[in-house]
Design a protein around this ligand. Structure first.
Ligand code: AMP
Ligand code: ZN
Length: 461
């Protein structure tokens, strides 16, 4: 399996540092506000990466941090007049609800920055020991980028023109403001109750040191993969490399992967531009998590994805086409022991070749639609010398990676069946209002009832 490594600007074979096990760190949400579907584009890409590594036989340990203290979380907690903890907790809860709706596999660890301040202080102390950190007159601690020779290697920045000693105290800044960045920010009035004691006085960590400390705590001083959206490359990831390698003298991360943005009308979807949709906005318009996930994964992760409602409708149609094919296969009488036909074997090879090539999901989806087309054609022709079960099995295997195909016969639990029965009774009694109410209730629980000549049938949404 090859991935495009931003560090070397090259496509490279994935070879873990240790055995067959991949350790990966994925920058998680800043929990100052609800995540938008642009953020989820990045999380879905990381989910596909994780799932395909597992499909390919690697073990995976994934860390996704929760940034629950930084400039933005403090600013917005203050604006809301609540504690930092209270403000961020609601967005952490929503984040976990949303990844569940999008069928994103949970990471092994979700460390919160506020639980790891001692580790950050220790890391900053090491940077002092190595002469890479200094305290300025305002009490804050900065990283001296002129003293770290590799600075700029990820974002390919030339530091030679930089004004020596210039400093930037904000977490986010542009390349034009290249400067020594804050490791520890001295407490000031705006911080209110937020602050930790440190050898450099009361204060709070800078955003970048959070990810270095949590990454190394859970994955070791050197690990395999680090990902994020392309906006994270500079300064966030560049600064993570400087801090981590500056402290340990070892390579921090072997492969850096960055996903392109989800855009709306040519601009990055972002909270600051106000041009964003949350998952909830789309669910309220009647779209399911599955349909939204399909849109988010359908473009190659290094290509910008233009979000439109047409794309959501197209995803609904595409999923129905695969669903109908799967249902048709399941209903087909075919010999169990006939095995996978060659045309399905070709789809499997194409699917794997596409994903082996830097996770080319659009091509992998094309392989699935070729399979659907070919299978339907053969069923139309009445062919029955191949195993339909084996083809369903192949679709399930594909779905270990994609997480959007309804290949497993979802079994309705007793509560769902009881509601469907109650609806049928209401319908027989011509109590249409009650029947509709029960249909809506089932819909909210993720089931659709379809009335067929053989009676009502339940289908998982
Ligand atoms: P944040 O909560 O702002 O720290 O961002 C969390 C993740 O979402 C980071 O990996 C960002 O790079 C990513 N991200 C932010 N906006 C977008 C967007 N419009 N499209 C794709 N990824 C994004
Ligand atoms: Zn990060």
């Amino acid at each position: 399996m090859k991935v495009y490594n931003t560090l070397n600007r090259a496509s490279e074979e994935v070879v873990p540092l240790e055995g067959n096990h991949v350790r990966m760190y994925t920058c998680g949400p800043t929990v100052y506000n609800i995540a938008h579907i642009g953020n989820f584009r990045t999380y879905v890409f990381e989910d596909i990466l994780r799932r395909y590594l597992k499909y390919s036989g690697f073990g995976v340990t994934q860390v996704m941090n929760l940034t629950d203290v930084d400039d933005k979380t403090i600013r917005d907690a203050n604006a809301a007049g609540v504690s930092l903890e209270e403000h961020t907790q609601q967005f952490k809860d929503m984040f976990f609800d949303d990844i569940n709706v999008l069928n994103i596999e949970p990471a092994e660890h979700y460390p919160a920055a506020t639980d790891h301040v001692p580790e950050m202080i220790e890391l900053i102390s090491k940077l002092f020991d190595r002469g890479l950190a200094y305290q300025s007159d305002d009490g804050s601690v900065y990283f001296s980028i002129a003293k770290f020779p590799g600075y700029g290697k990820l974002a390919k920045i030339d530091v030679s023109e930089m004004q020596a000693g210039a400093r930037v105290s904000q977490d986010e800044y542009e390349k034009d403001n290249l400067a020594d960045f804050a490791l520890w920010k001295a407490w000031d009035e705006q911080d209110g109750e937020v602050g930790w004691d440190s050898p450099w006085g009361r204060g709070r960590p800078g955003w970048h040191i959070e990810c270095s400390a949590m990454g190394m705590k859970y994955l070791g001083e050197s690990f395999d993969i680090h990902t994020g959206g392309v906006d994270n490359m500079f300064p966030h990831h560049e600064d993570e490399i400087a801090q981590s390698e500056g402290a340990t003298g070892k390579q921090f991360v072997k492969y850096w992967l960055h996903s392109a943005h989800l855009i709306v009308d040519g601009q990055k979807m972002s909270k600051s531009l106000g041009n964003f949709y949350t998952l909830r906005d789309l669910q309220e318009k009647g779209y399911t998590g599955r349909e939204i996930r399909y849109v988010l994964l359908s473009a190659h992760y290094r290509q910008q994805l233009n979000f439109t409602f047409d794309a959501l409708s197209a995803s609904r149609a595409a999923l129905s086409r695969v669903d109908e094919f799967t249902e048709r296969l399941k209903a087909l009488e075919s010999p169990d022991n006939a095995g996978l036909p060659p045309w399905a074997g070709k789809a499997r090879d194409d699917f794997e070749a596409a994903l082996d090539n830097d996770l080319n999901v659009p091509e992998a989806l094309a392989a699935i639609f070729d399979l659907v087309h070919e299978g339907n054609r053969r069923m139309d022709a009445g062919e029955s010398d191949w195993s339909a079960d084996a083809v369903v099995g192949l679709l399930s295997r594909f779905d270990e990676v994609l997480g959007v195909l309804a290949t497993e016969k979802a079994e309705a639990g007793d509560d769902i069946v009881a509601l469907a029965d109650a609806r049928e009774t209401a319908r027989q009694g011509k109590d249409w209002a009650e029947a509709d109410r029960l249909r809506d209730q089932l819909h909210d629980m993720g089931w659709e009832v379809r009335d067929t000549p053989e009676g009502p049938k339940l289908k998982r949404l």
